[in-house]
Design a protein around this ligand. Structure first.
Ligand SMILES: [Zn+2]
Length: 61
């Protein structure tokens, strides 16, 4: 079933955005998109590797 990665809203309830990731398609609703952009670590349990999305510039140590 197609449902938001974060809140599990179905496409019947909200418009869902399709995102391609590692060959898979994931779905997220507009309300949860800011979470993916700004706090991807919050999705780490749902989206493997998400904890690494947000910090390309913090690879210094
Ligand atoms: Zn959502």
């Amino acid at each position: 079933m197609t449902a938001c990665l974060n809140c599990n809203a179905s496409e019947q309830e909200k418009p869902l955005l399709t995102i391609k990731f590692k060959g898979d398609e994931i779905y997220i609703c507009p309300q949860c998109l800011p979470v993916l952009i700004h706090k991807p670590a919050n999705l780490a349990g749902k989206l493997p590797g998400a904890e690494n999305f947000g910090s390309p510039a913090e690879h210094h140590h």
